[in-house]
Ligand binder design. Structure first.
Ligand code: 3PG
Length: 305
């Protein structure tokens, strides 16, 4: 049984070591493909693997169809929009994620990005504090919940919108609940995005929503670039010099935005949210254990297809 770790953006060394130990301790073969530069390398390696652990690596129909004995794909992380679920399901391949394992790293970065932009990208001039400011959390999942906790430590006034989570459970965290997404956007100086990229959410953060944010508003995106409508974002940045956009996933038009709206935008050079030793170790170990449990006990907890 061959278990491949395929990560274009490598895990911390400690995570790789621990994954390898789990795989080998259970009598399976361990293989590693890191920093690959084209999809053919991925296709080749996956083609003779039984299981694969990935991050944001794209498991396309092509990769799936070229696989000869693949039985399980585990996305070490939360979002699985990088896996063609339909193709996997049609070949009887199980797809899982490891929810919650890298959430704290993403939540810490969301606050870090807020501090960075509030302080004018550390340009030496007076900035503003987060204390006393309003923060709206768009989707109260594992990351959103942790963002709320940390933001309250900063003294922010925290609210959320999430139609899939009960009002009572959000309020139990001392977080105000808005019943509509429009109310969330119009009542908060900061909005932190934590929605997945799905057919319903792609481009859903549009001009109508962004334009109702109050003066001096900032949108923080540590979720997915696809959820923000990039044309609408440009339109808003042109109209409102008070509006800021900070993202851990650079938009397609990042260069243009940084050139024209440098004071209003910041993008990390590579998606950094889950890029901590702790997140890599937690998600990596969970992925390896889920694979072993699947093969040994038929356990399909965290199956997403
Ligand atoms: C996730 O969905 O878990 C995060 O976006 C992290 O992605 P990464 O593993 O590519 O850093």
């Amino acid at each position: 049984m061959k278990v491949l770790v395929a990560t274009e953006k490598p895990f911390a060394q400690e995570a790789v070591t621990q994954i390898k130990n789990i795989i080998e301790k259970n009598g399976y073969e361990f293989a590693l493909l890191e920093k690959y530069t084209n999809s053919n390398q991925l296709i080749n390696e996956v083609s003779n693997s039984d299981a694969v652990i990935i991050r944001s690596d794209k498991i396309t129909k092509e990769v799936i169809n070229a696989s000869k004995k693949l039985k399980i794909v585990v996305r070490a992380g939360a979002g699985y929009d990088n896996v063609d679920l339909e193709a996997a399901t049609s070949k009887g391949i199980v797809v899982m994620n490891t929810p919650g394992q890298n959430s704290n790293a993403v939540a810490e970065l969301a606050l870090g990005l807020m501090v960075y932009i509030a302080r004018g990208k550390f340009n030496g001039k007076p900035g503003t504090e987060l204390k006393g400011k309003t923060l709206g959390i768009h989707a109260y999942g594992n990351v959103g919940k942790l963002v709320a906790t940390i933001a309250k430590g900063f003294g922010m006034k925290v609210s959320a919108f999430d139609p899939f989570i009960s009002k009572e459970s959000i309020e139990a965290d001392g977080v105000k609940v808005y019943e509509t997404v429009e109310d969330l956007y119009s009542n908060n100086q900061y909005i932190s995005l934590h929605i997945p990229a799905t057919e319903q959410t792609k481009n859903s953060i549009n001009y109508n929503l962004l334009s109702i944010m109050p003066k001096g508003a900032t949108l923080i995106n540590t979720a997915r670039k696809e959820v923000v409508n990039e044309n609408d974002l440009v339109k808003l940045l042109v109209e409102r010099s008070d509006f800021k956009y900070v993202s851990d996933i650079a938009p397609n038009n990042a260069e243009e935005l940084l050139e024209k709206f440098n004071n209003q935008c910041y993008f990390t050079p590579k998606k950094m949210g889950a890029q901590t030793a702790e997140a890599n170790i937690n998600a990596g170990i969970a992925a390896a254990n889920q694979i072993v449990n699947f093969f040994e006990n038929g356990d399909t907890t965290f199956k997403v297809n």
